[in-house]
Design a binder for this molecule. Structure first.
Ligand code: M6R
Length: 587
């Protein structure tokens, strides 16, 4: 969701350039608008712009904004349209404030402040906090008291950073259920994540929920939810959390797709799972959202077939509402690339409240919130994933889950080692996939079909296509097509089938024949043997042979390329698709 940053300059240093650099790193969290506020000589100034960060940068260049202490924001709109007027920072006479999260009781607070004569000029929930702080200052309270009173009145999720005209050397921050770090280095900084300030800070403190902190040029003071001073542990910023740019690639997504063989190799190397984690486990529960949920769906096949442990996979955003029962001896896996998806964290909180189940997290971002919420953490070693559409983190999640499923089988662990090379071969097929992208680029809708382990990959392929190309796409279990979705098929609806030559080949091949009888645009991802047996009328993309348990990892790769090239041909912003954000920290 939104990204926030704050930097304190050394002496008279102008921090605007550094804030912009940080916002560039945070833009993956939202790009509906961006803004910056600085304090200089006791005076607050701000600039904001609707749309991507480049619009703000253009404004800053023509307006010469300068300040020694500043805060910045990149927005993913929740309350209020994506206009300049609703862009953060919110500013009153004496306060400028940026926020990530949702203030749930903003209507009551707004009403109360309006009764006191305060006027609002935006549609956002955040403005109530800035106005609340202003009212406290007007009452004669210090900025710290103002913050304390505001925090006890506010309900919801937040990471705030505020600057005050009367306290020009300080940034005040608070956090509850939205991520916030305080960085120590050549500058004192705050940010939604460590990567945004990694150029300035080699050490960070991750604030706890309810924490409040005051940051000055050389120091930071931390207070807990009772406003008692506390010490918080400093962590070294991991090299892995620093993104190294797009390199030779046009987009982060393409770079990340291409990085998969090495990401998979590294993830295998770092995830030798000890079979002890399964001792006494009689059920597995997997909680995740979006692409991570699809990884969980694949794992269910592996866990049930090879570990013989009944496994449930739950959409984290739904899980807690139906008051689910968690049996004794359940092992829970929370899967999340970012490690900060609030739906997954909340589902985990439900597990904590209602059971003694052990929780294992699978995350890509080191030291993210999930690492503190879980009993054990397994990291996917995919490196920073910037593209909003998850690619290498997904296949790396599958690798960790495979390492769990096959932790007792040297044979399969050995076979897993062959996956990166097979993925390398699949990546070389990009020239074959471009013409397929040409063929589906005008489609109003696309259908993805897969059976067994490839059913979740059909779901994932469809998600990739719709996320970045905006073509409506749905994945179905191949055998389910005849129970309804078949009505959608005509010559303008491509049917994309996943059909390796395995024990289910004949069944999926029949589904392909049925699709072909109703539409002319049938594309099949298969292997050499399958290709020989499938009709000539279908377009075939031939993938390497691989141990049949690991086809979900391999078959994900060409589907990512297909989504990428389709979006590219349609002229869409591949790395920053409309309405989305990489990290979803609101419910
Ligand atoms: O960071 P997480 O894995 O928890 O994120 C979950 C989803 O928001 C995420 O996978 C989303 O579906 C991606 N945009 C998919 O490409």
């Amino acid at each position: 969701m939104c990204g926030i940053i704050g930097i304190i300059g050394k002496g008279n240093e102008n921090v605007v350039g550094k804030i912009i650099h940080g916002l560039e790193k945070l833009e993956y969290r939202g790009y509906d608008s961006a803004g910056i506020a600085v304090v200089c000589d006791g005076k607050l100034s701000r600039l904001r712009a609707a749309g991507k960060l480049r619009n703000l940068i253009a404004k800053i260049e023509s307006n010469k904004l300068s300040g020694t202490v500043g805060i910045g924001h990149t927005r993913w709109a929740t309350h209020g349209k994506a206009t300049e007027n609703n862009a953060h920072p919110m500013m009153t006479k004496d306060v400028a404030l940026v926020h990530n999260g949702i203030i749930e009781n903003y209507r009551e607070l707004k009403f109360e402040l309006q009764k006191d004569g305060y006027v609002f000029s935006t549609e956002t929930d955040t403005e109530v906090v800035a106005v609340f702080l202003q009212r406290e200052i007007d009452k004669g309270n210090s900025p710290r008291e103002a913050f304390k009173n505001a925090l006890s009145a506010i309900e919801g999720s937040y990471a705030f950073a505020a600057i005050f005209s009367m306290l020009p050397e300080t940034i005040m921050v608070a956090k509850n259920r939205s991520p916030l770090v305080v960085g120590f280095g050549s500058n004192m900084c705050i940010a939604s994540d460590a990567s945004a300030i990694s150029a300035e800070c080699k050490e960070v403190v991750y604030l706890n929920d309810g924490d409040y902190a005051e940051i000055t040029e050389n120091n930071a003071s931390f207070f807990d939810k009772n406003f008692q001073p506390v010490m918080r542990k400093r962590f070294t910023v991991s090299e892995d959390s620093i993104d190294s740019g797009k390199g030779e690639y046009a987009h982060f997504m393409l770079k990340e797709i291409m990085e998969q063989p090495s990401a998979i190799r590294k993830t295998i190397l770092h995830n030798r799972i000890n079979a002890d984690i399964l001792n006494g486990v009689s059920r597995i529960l997997i909680l995740a959202c979006g692409t991570s949920y699809h990884a969980g769906l694949v794992a269910r096949y592996w866990f049930e077939k090879f570990l013989r442990i009944p496994t449930n996979v739950e959409i984290a955003s739904e899980y807690r509402y139906r008051s689910p029962i968690i049996e004794d001896n359940t092992l829970v896996f929370a899967i999340t690339q970012s490690g900060e998806t609030i739906d997954t964290l909340e589902a985990l909180e439900y597990v904590r409240k209602h059971s003694n189940a052990k929780v294992a997290a699978i995350a890509n971002v080191k030291n993210s919130a999930i690492s503190r919420a879980a009993d054990m953490i397994f990291y996917t070693e995919a490196g920073v994933e910037v593209g909003v559409a998850s690619t290498k983190a997904f296949t790396a999640q599958l690798v960790v889950l495979a390492a769990v499923a096959f932790c007792k089988s040297e044979f399969f662990l050995q076979e897993l080692q062959n996956v990166p090379t097979a993925c390398e071969e699949a990546l070389r097929l990009f020239e074959n996939i471009k013409p397929v992208a040409e063929r589906i680029k005008e489609a109003r809708s696309a259908i993805y079909l897969g059976r067994d382990l490839l059913y979740p990959i059909a779901l994932e392929g469809a998600l990739k296509l719709k996320e970045i190309s905006y073509i409506h796409a749905e994945g179905f279990a191949a055998g389910e097509m005849k129970h309804g979705p078949i009505a959608l098929i005509d010559d303008n609806v491509p049917v994309i089938c996943l059909c390796p030559h395995n024990e289910l080949f004949e069944k999926t091949a029949s589904n392909i024949a049925v699709a072909l009888a109703r539409g002319k645009n049938v594309i099949v991802f298969t292997d050499a043997e399958g290709s020989k047996l499938l009709p000539d009328e279908v377009t075939k993309i031939i993938l390497p042979n691989i141990c049949s348990e690991f086809v979900p990892i391999l078959y994900s790769v060409p589907l990512q390329l297909l989504a990428y090239y389709t979006a590219l041909i349609r002229g869409e912003d591949v790395d920053k698709p409309r309405n989305l954000a990489k990290s979803v920290t609101v419910e």
